[in-house]
Design a protein around this ligand. Structure first.
Ligand SMILES: C[S@@+](CC[C@H](N)C(=O)[O-])C[C@H]1O[C@@H](n2cnc3c(N)ncnc32)[C@H](O)[C@@H]1O
Length: 175
């Protein structure tokens, strides 16, 4: 997990918000988000790996975070989330995974469907120059991610260098 202060400041998540962690892994961001949105908010956390979802569900239960809704789901497929219900989404080091990259347009359009007008999406990926991380052939530059998001109607807001990763922020237009 990157410095949560940097990530959540950029995401702009607040109390009562609905957060989507798509490809959540063990759910470190989802758990941090649950504390921020509080009991009046909601966190959807999806991952294709059942073990991640079991561990995250156990942790959320043990910490009394009933606002965390974790489920096994393939983010290249339609998500069990109502239209225009999410305030902030996160794709944390998942877009570069080849089956997800191949379905990038469908993944982005599905996130666009579930985001509220004006909702924000953060994409975290590995910088091309980082000495560690996925093979170079799998890495996605911020320019490539931005081109894909803009082609799906998102507005590019910022790209923040976080060392070996970057965080790119996008917004779904209000109208
Ligand atoms: C590098 S981990 C990142 C986990 C977390 N987002 C983070 O930043 O700490 C990538 C995660 O994406 C998940 N994943 C890969 N393909 C997926 C798919 N099609 N749908 C949902 N999750 C997927 C993997 O199971 C893994 O947990």
């Amino acid at each position: 997990m990157q410095d949560p202060h940097i990530v959540f400041r950029a995401l702009g998540l607040g109390p009562g918000d609905t957060f989507l962690d798509a490809g959540c892994g063990l759910g470190e961001y989802a758990l941090k988000a649950a504390r921020i949105v509080g009991p009046m908010g909601m966190v959807h956390a999806f991952d294709v790996t059942p073990g991640c979802i079991e561990d995250l569900s156990d942790l959320a239960r043990a910490r009394g975070l009933s606002q965390v809704h974790a489920a096994v789901a393939d983010i290249t497929r339609p998500l069990p989330v109502p239209d225009a219900s999410v305030t902030v989404g996160l794709l944390g080091t998942v877009l570069h995974i080849p089956p997800v990259t191949r379905a990038m347009k469908a993944v982005i359009m599905e996130i666009r469907r579930v985001l509220r007008p004006g909702g924000r999406l953060g994409v975290i990926e590995c910088n091309p120059y980082s000495p560690c991380g996925p093979p170079q052939s799998m890495r996605l530059t911020a320019t490539r991610v931005t081109d894909a998001l803009e082609a799906c109607g998102f507005r590019s807001c910022s790209v923040q260098d976080m060392g070996y990763l970057y965080l790119a922020m996008y917004q779904k237009p209000s109208s």
